[in-house]
Design a protein around this ligand. Structure first.
Ligand code: GLU
Length: 420
């Protein structure tokens, strides 16, 4: 399906603005502030790739390691036409805060390749992935930088990554990547972990706002790995998922969509559009829906100065990374909309990635119940730490999450000192 691609802009400016705000709020050491405003390492590579028609295409890919003071770098790889070095740098910075806010021993990284996977065959994607990983063999590693899935990458991509990396050393090195298939060392529960984590923080935020989850009305932008799992897991708790959208458009049903029927429709047709169990709704109308909970679960810059005034949800839980520009953030704060920020809300994915890495290193695997139980403990604990911090600082949840995260990273930087 041909859809118009509007690339998010100024994403790095937004990330740096957030850092500057929190630096002022917590009186951050200027040297630490300066260090955190730049990535530790940023690599750009060209990726010559055999295409099915016999031609060779040369793609461009990036890996940015923002910080590794608290542990190895961690973060996904996205395949998208809009990828830029600046975007990947912002996403790497957000990974540093995300790992710190849930207190897992990682720094932040991100990778991306400028390509349109919807136009590529499986074989072309495999060729691209293998050559990209080969170019990064010196940069990534189980104790150095551990990739994972992100936008348009999945278990299959991570399997190729693990294999390519392992082939360079002559033995299997599963801990170089997370989000890989369970049969080669992936973790049970990883596939739904981001969506499940969003459910846990949504539940806690509704308690904070004194709103019952039973009957709460929900809208979800994005019906992929994150939004799809979230909708599937929140519906059985009694919430009414009224609207869902993807790149093809949206569907709405006032009494709540049948999410499992919608999943089947998407499995058959590839898209949300045309689902017989609801009416069509445009993406901008979904974002302005009069609902209790709104979950952006697609790309950056969904909420801007142009549309933030029209949002009517009481609670926004950010499933995507960077969906709210700084201008929209200020509007939401002024209007009293409670926002659980991305670095907290969607940290369930990287948390179970951490569990996968630990299980792989120990070669001792947990049941899905064990994974979910530990995930719940981490997410609920982090939510309450951030909420308490927002009360003690007299600030919103984004600034509070940033304060918790940046202070943890700053403490590590100070403990280690600067080399040489
Ligand atoms: N790409 C996901 C994120 O943005 C997961 C990263 C990971 O598991 O390392 O959080």
């Amino acid at each position: 399906m041909a859809t118009e691609v509007v690339c998010p802009t100024n994403v790095l400016e937004s990330a740096l603005h957030q850092l500057d705000e929190v630096a002022a709020l917590v009186n951050l050491d200027p040297a630490v502030h300066l260090k955190l405003s730049k990535p530790k390492r940023a690599v750009a590579v060209s990726i010559p790739t055999h295409m099915d028609d016999g031609s060779t295409e040369v793609f461009v890919g990036f890996r940015v390691q923002h910080n590794m003071d608290r542990g190895p770098c961690k973060g996904g790889i996205r395949y998208h036409p809009c990828v830029t070095m600046d975007e990947v740098t912002a996403l790497a910075m957000w990974m540093t805060w995300k790992c710190a806010v849930v207190d897992i021993p990682y720094g932040g990284a991100k990778g991306g390749v400028i390509c349109d996977p919807a136009q590529m065959s499986e074989r072309e994607l495999q060729n691209l992935t293998r050559r990209f990983v080969y170019e990064l063999v010196e940069v990534i590693g189980p104790d150095r930088d551990i990739p994972a899935p992100d936008v348009n990458t999945n278990e299959r991509t991570m399997g190729w990554l693990m294999d390519t990396y392992s082939m360079q050393y002559g033995y299997s090195i599963p801990a170089v990547v997370t989000g890989k298939p369970v049969c080669i060392g992936g973790s049970l529960g990883r596939a739904q972990a981001t969506g499940r984590g969003i459910v846990y923080v949504t539940r806690e935020a509704l308690k904070t706002l004194d709103m019952p989850i039973e009957g709460a009305t929900v809208a979800v932008q994005g019906f992929g790995k994150v939004g799809g799992a979230f909708a599937e897991l929140i519906a059985p708790l009694g919430a009414k998922v009224q609207a869902v959208s993807d790149v093809s458009g949206g569907v709405f049903c006032g009494d709540g969509l049948d999410i499992f029927a919608l999943q089947r429709h998407v499995a058959e047709t590839g898209y949300v559009r045309g689902f017989p169990g609801g009416e069509e709704i445009a993406n901008e109308d979904l974002l302005a829906l009069d609902c209790d909970v709104l979950v952006p679960a697609a790309l950056e810059n969904v909420f801007t100065a142009e549309n933030a005034e029209s949002v009517r949800a009481k609670l926004i839980v950010e499933g995507a990374n960077g969906p709210t520009t700084p201008e929209a953030h200020d509007i939401f704060v002024d209007r009293g909309i409670f926002v659980v920020p991305d670095i907290l809300a969607n940290a369930g994915g990287v948390t179970v990635s951490y569990f996968e890495w630990c299980q792989g290193i120990q070669k001792l695997f947990w049941s899905e119940e064990e994974v979910n139980r530990r995930l719940e403990r981490v997410m609920v604990g982090a939510y309450h730490q951030v909420y308490e911090r927002s009360l003690s600082l007299g600030t919103d949840m984004r600034n509070a999450a940033m304060a918790v995260a940046v202070e943890r990273v700053a403490e590590a930087i100070t403990a280690r000192g600067i080399h040489p």
